[in-house]
Design a protein around this ligand. Structure first.
Ligand code: THU
Length: 132
């Protein structure tokens, strides 16, 4: 079967955002990951009354995929509702860099305008990635 398109990944991320547990910020985020071998994993943000325990959508997707045995990703999509474009936070960029090549495309769109997709590479979003 053909690879999902950027628009397909964005749609999957948008659907994933519907499961967000975001009673505190009311900001629902969804993420979708395409693995090297063509599997799709999604995640949403999961907030907690102890705010600092919140997990971002991107990390939910990464941890779900890794727990299922998939550790190499070749595309990422992120969607959230609101006026600003939902670029991944710094922590999620670092976590993605563990499992994605530097040229991995990161597609980002607003839930209200899923047809407008911004594309960056992970290296653009996180130059000089921490590694040891
Ligand atoms: N959030 C994400 O899910 N991904 C990001 O990259 C940044 C922020 C979530 C965390 C929290 O539930 C809400 O957005 C507001 O910060």
């Amino acid at each position: 079967m053909a690879d999902p398109s950027p628009a397909d990944l964005v749609q999957a991320a948008a659907r994933a955002a519907e499961a967000a547990h975001a009673p505190y910020s009311r900001y629902q985020v969804g993420a979708a990951l395409l693995t090297d071998d063509g599997h799709l994993f999604t995640g949403c943000n999961v907030e907690n009354a102890s705010y600092g325990l919140t997990n971002c959508a991107e990390r939910t997707a990464v941890f779900t995929a890794v727990a299922a045995g998939h550790t190499r990703f070749r595309a990422v999509a992120i969607v959230a509702r609101g006026e600003s474009i939902p670029y991944p936070c710094g922590a999620c960029r670092q976590v993605l860099a563990e499992f994605c090549p530097p040229d991995c495309p990161v597609y980002v769109a607003r839930q209200e305008d899923l047809d407008t997709i911004e594309t960056s590479t992970l290296a653009e979003l996180l130059p000089k990635t921490f590694r040891f």
